[in-house]
Design a protein around this ligand. Structure first.
Ligand code: PLP
Length: 337
């Protein structure tokens, strides 16, 4: 499982562990990687971040005695736009020079489908002595990731979205190799993170395992491990490179059909550049979004609705075909064409 997980996110085996669920792992990571010092106490998140991420960072701000309104900053879109620009993040960093401790981003953003340039952002964070953490709920199993090479400090993900682990499936966690032996980093400790060789000696002193496994707390639930393992075997068999290749074509085809439909007032929130998105396209239909969603559901289309008026369509390369996308286009034509 460790090897497959490492391959999936572009990591070394020592950098990954399958444990807990996403938000739990995020809290464990924030405990170690949000270490505010005097003036350097700010966290940057993307505006419209997934609520759990917003709650998690706000609660850590409070835990350290700060008002989240003062220390949590948002990287926001320009007026009347949905996408975020790297240059604006750079500006936010320089406007808060020496004060940012952590950048935490959802990659891919769950609402707009925008993917961020992690390598560039990690470099920006490190130049400012800040850390970069990434929530890969919509990235793992969707993008071809290179977490090690990109020098992301930590990442967390769930495996019941693109990884098909089933509801309540176990989450994953990445901690860059450079922290593998940083035993001085404060962390929440549990016996399952203790040196494997000595775990059953039941020593009173905690001596963490090297790498991401040193953040484990409890012994893992075996049944959810088994379902995830079955899924990871499929990912291993095909490989992310092949999946991504088909994914780009599949989503490109969907985009082409949408442009041909020429729907009045339809806004595609997701960037049109292939390297700035995963497989999903988020479409804003305004007032008619909700009723359209219901009509699509009645035709057997499985998509997802987010207020206000946004429908997310994710042609997944592992099990969706070009024919599925064609048929979706035909159904859309019926209602909005
Ligand atoms: C789905 C999702 C989560 C879910 O968190 P859990 O702790 O697994 O319930 C978190 N973050 C993002 C961005 C998500 O899309």
């Amino acid at each position: 499982m460790t090897e497959s997980t490492a391959r999936l996110v572009g990591a070394k085996p020592i950098e990954v562990v399958v444990m807990n669920t996403l938000t739990v792992n995020l809290h464990l990571m924030l405990t170690s990687f949000y270490r505010p010092k005097h003036k350097q106490n700010k966290i940057i998140i993307e505006s419209g971040a997934f609520p759990s991420d917003q709650y998690a960072v706000a609660s850590h701000a409070k835990w350290h005695g700060y008002d989240p309104k003062e220390v949590v900053l948002e990287w926001s879109p320009r007026s009347n736009e949905d996408r975020l620009y790297y240059e604006d993040l750079e500006k936010l960093m320089s406007d808060n020079q020496g004060e940012v401790s952590l950048i935490l981003l959802g990659n891919v953003n769950y609402r707009t489908g925008q993917a961020f340039p992690l390598q560039k952002i990690a470099k920006l964070a490190h130049e400012n002595e800040a850390h970069l953490g990434v929530d890969l709920a919509h990235g793992a199993g969707n993008l071809e990731l290179k977490l090690h090479e990109d020098k992301v400090d930590f990442a967390v993900w769930c495996s019941y979205k693109y990884l098909n682990g089933g509801p309540g499936a176990l989450g994953g966690c990445f901690v860059h190799e450079k922290f593998a032996e940083r035993f001085d980093l404060p962390r929440f400790e549990g016996w399952w993170g203790h040196d494997k060789v000595k775990r059953f000696l039941m020593e009173p002193q905690f001596s963490p395992m090297k790498g991401a496994e040193g953040w484990q707390l409890s012994n893992p639930p075996i049944l959810p491990m088994a379902t995830l393992r079955a899924s990871m075997e499929i990912f291993d068999e095909v490989g992310m490179a092949m999946l991504r290749k088909k994914s780009e074509q599949l989503t490109g085809y969907f985009e082409f059909l949408l442009h041909n439909l020429n729907v009045k007032g339809l806004r595609i929130l997701t960037p049109s550049k292939v390297d700035e998105r995963g497989c999903a396209l988020s479409l804003a239909f305004g007032q008619s979004g909700k009723s359209l969603m219901e009509k699509l559901n009645s035709e057997g289309v499985k998509c997802d609705y987010r207020e206000p008026g946004v429908l997310r369509f994710a042609p997944v390369p592992l099990y969706n075909s070009f024919r599925d996308v064609f048929e979706l286009g035909e159904i859309l034509k019926k209602y909005v064409g």
